[in-house]
Design a protein around this ligand. Structure first.
Ligand SMILES: Nc1ncnc2c1ncn2[C@@H]1O[C@H](COP(=O)(O)OP(=O)(O)OP(=O)(O)O)[C@@H](O)[C@H]1O
Length: 126
């Protein structure tokens, strides 16, 4: 991308975000999960603090996947043949994403669980 200065930096960053959402299948999956979590949050009317935790969790997952994609590209640029360090670099980056995804699932249970249990007991007449 040509040009200099702050405007260019911002344009490059936006291009990176567009790239990862358009080209990386896993980012699309994370995006759909994030939209569903926001939808559930709106439906269940979670509190301001819970929104904060939800948004932190969503952004951590998206950031991890974006960094993972950047590491994959950098590794592929360096070598197209098998290398144990290339394997380790990609596995580590993928592991980081998995850790954030596990955190997101736990956070979803903690935040939405009580609301959903309430709804169920209400629907069951309890
Ligand atoms: N150059 C390489 N040398 C050794 N192992 C590699 C190499 N490239 C990929 N791998 C192995 O294959 C796995 C998948 O790598 P790949 O580049 O296909 O990522 P990906 O499937 O596109 O990942 P994602 O699903 O996160 O987009 C890596 O985690 C690593 O174990």
């Amino acid at each position: 991308m040509k040009g200099t200065g702050l405007k260019r930096s911002f344009a490059c960053a936006l291009a990176g975000i567009a790239y990862v959402f358009q080209r990386e299948r896993n980012m699309k999956i994370h995006g759909v999960a994030a939209i569903m979590a926001v939808g559930l949050g709106l439906f269940l009317r979670v509190t301001r603090w819970e929104w904060g935790l939800l948004l932190i969790t969503i952004f951590i997952v998206l950031v991890a996947e974006t960094i993972n994609s950047a590491i994959e590209k950098a590794v592929d640029l360096q070598t197209e043949s098998y290398h144990p360090l290339a394997e380790a670099a990609k596995d580590l980056a993928a592991g980081a994403v998995l850790l954030t995804a596990i955190m997101a699932v736990i956070m979803a249970f903690l935040i939405f669980g009580p609301y959903l249990l309430n709804l169920l007991s209400f629907a069951g007449g309890g």
